[in-house]
Design a protein around this ligand. Sequence first.
Ligand SMILES: Nc1ncnc2c1ncn2[C@@H]1O[C@H](COP(=O)(O)OP(=O)(O)OP(=O)(O)O)[C@@H](O)[C@H]1O
Ligand SMILES: [Zn+2]
Length: 720
Amino acid sequence: MTSHVADVLIPLALDSTYSYAVPDGLALKEGDVVQVPLATREVVGVVWGLREGPGGNFKKVTGVVDSPSLPPKMRKFLDWIAWYTLAPKGSALAMGLKLVDGDRPEVVRIGVKLAGRLPKRMTPARQRVVEAAQDGVVRLKSELAHLAGVSAGVIDGLIDEGTLETVALLQEPVAEIPNPDFRKAGLSDGQQAAADALVASMHEEHPPVTLLEGVTGSGKTEVYFEAVAEAVRQGRQALILMPEIALTAQFLDRFAARFGAKPACWHSGVTGRKRERLYAGIASGEVKVTAGARSALFLPYKDLGLIVVDEEHETAYKQDDGVHYHARDMAVVRGRIENAPVVLASATPSIESRVNVQRGRYRHVQLPERFGGRQMPQIRAVDLRRETIAKGRWLSPALNLAIGETLERGEQVLLFLNRRGYAPLTLCRACAHRYECPNCSAWLVEHRFRRSLVCHHCGHVERTPHACVSCGSVDSLVPCGPGVERIAEEVAETYPDKRSIVLSSDMPGGTERLRQELAAIAAGEVDIVVGTQLVAKGHNFPLMTLVVVLDADIGLTSGDPRAAERTFQLLQQVTGRAGRGEKPGRALVQTWQPDHPVIAALVSGDAERFYEEETRVREMAGLPPFGRLASLIVSAEERESAEAHARAMALVAQPPPGVTVLGPAEAPLALIRGRYRYRLLVKTEREVDLQAYLRDWLARCPKIRGNTRVSIDVDPQSFL
Ligand SMILES: Nc1ncnc2c1ncn2[C@@H]1O[C@H](COP(=O)(O)OP(=O)(O)OP(=O)(O)O)[C@@H](O)[C@H]1O
Ligand SMILES: [Zn+2]
């Protein structure tokens, strides 16, 4: 007997669909979200296929879940990601489905207004409420209490008395509708030409990927806003991906100034019912423009007409757990599937994107100058070999001179050091014991504000001990090297009359406080900012005229093949914070290696030469984008199991021509969260089908036992 069979993909780490019989009378389409029995429980899954077949032995689909069904293009995208990253298909689906959390109750907003009847017993507090409510306006309880200067209890009392009545408030709209013609910025000629090129490309039959490369402060945002406006005019949707969406209040204001409404925001902080309504609004097409973190790529857009990836070179786009994907690259794939143009914006593009331009795969639109005739900052290296710095101090005389001059003129200074905490290493002066994480092969970092030692890899925290845990000596611990907190201490001592602030991602108060502090800096309420990479990117501080890089050499010595590129990008971004307002800016870069190509390129302002040289080095080494890489990390709670499994895998690797398998070797971070790690690195020529080779190899590998795990990272960005 034949009947309808549904092949259902379940959002768990499973690679194939399960077949279920469709009960008579249940109308199902592909993409529908359904409830099905799995072993002893009921789970949610998505109909990946429908067919006729002998369904007699299958369990039945329980029912359809009230959630937007996944459009065909979205399903194609998820299939593609699973194929490319070698993640189980169900794990790819989980990224799109776990977005909704329908279990939370809807928050109903209750308002109150005056009902007329006066309370039997009148008090001064009640009198104030009655007066405040006299205008008949419906207000939230908390608003009315605030207006009358009373506690919420007084309001509740008046509701019980029948003096106030409650009214359910209308829900806020899920997102306002942006108006593409609200207030167009007066673009410079260069900006207009760039915007025109983007808009024209949107009308092509197969819209291209465009690299929008413009120096820091050139106004790339204003330019891609014109493409967003065009997508909205076409009645389609636009997605703007950003590396750190939670901190972009400034961006939202600029968007609202251009479009008369804020975009919908999607990130992990959006929860509950709001999240569900946004998800539904994006599926129905009601939400026109979404700004979001990388997870916004997995929303079921009805008709996506544009994807912008802002700061496309950012490493935050790479997800390094679960499904290892790079949101920039996946945005390009999604754009192709949706037939939507993709704009990659950056002042310091990735080598990958630049090479794609050279190969003719991406278009190139450039903004070589800052907006409004502003100059790029003058950058000078401060050679640490020639400076004398007092012991336990980090600012050289040359820096202090420049800082003093800048403060004298009432301008702002940024001191940049990409190290959180007070000191990266703590040791005992008496016994030389070094404080190390019990779960990771890493030093504990002192955080003096929190009076604790913290592991930056697993989050382990212990109180900074009074006596050495190893030898018992009292007051014997010495901090080695600086973090931003230590620099802030030096700044406070050297410039006691100036207002200074430390900014890093782990300061107490979270995102909200950070947002306020960034606004305070932009408003000129701070003289000296000490910060990590958090302050380096994207922000616009009009009064900042001096940027100081305390240790330009930090990222240069790591074993990462992208070390030079990353350092160049970061330094270019941070020095680009100087001189964005009326006054010209300059930057000083402290280094032990002023002749290093990265530093030389930065100081000379010759980015082109740096990119050419770096691209040549990559090509000679056969590294991405001239070759392909995949990293396989084998981990286990016992070192022996991890090592044995990694060796067993290497034995059956049988790499064909064009493929090299390196290792296994202990990973640079040999222990993380109590798991020992070994790494195998696969390097292939560009034309090799890397995924096919990996699948083939993995099928030959011995079965994984016990707590051993193998994690696969295609196009790895981290080499730790
Ligand atoms: N056409 C314009 N009209 C008015 N102001 C503009 C215009 N274009 C840019 N600006 C202003 O110039 C400043 C820099 O612009 P924007 O932040 O877009 O630069 P960017 O290219 O993104 O720089 P970065 O890469 O450093 O983040 C902002 O304050 C922006 O408001
Ligand atoms: Zn740790």
